[in-house]
Design a protein around this ligand. Sequence first.
Ligand code: FE2
Length: 129
Amino acid sequence: MDIESLYKKADFKTEKHVPVIDIKGEIKKGQDIAVTITVGEEIPHPNTTAHYIGWIELYFLAKDNSMPIQLGRFEFSAHGASALGADTSSVYSSSTVSTSFKTDMPGLLIATSYCNIHGLWQSSLEINL
Ligand code: FE2
């Protein structure tokens, strides 16, 4: 078994674990491209002490390249815990992040995410310049 086979894909409209990649604004060569990634865009993910999204990663695979460039790794640390116990703080991370990057090349944005109960998920979005 290889790790690739452990990453699941699905339609985000029916599956709350898919990291959905959204681009804000126009995409232009060499200028910042604003990216938001949300796990649970259509169907919210619970995000509790017992069940949460641990992280999201974002990669860019330039056209005709075989190695993706990691653009960022975003970890979520607040899952309702406090000294009083599970789900007592009322502080919960939201499983959404925003970042930006620039490139002169077209390619593929790839987002991956991890749920502590439901495992690894992925999605991708073409960047055309
Ligand atoms: Fe989950």
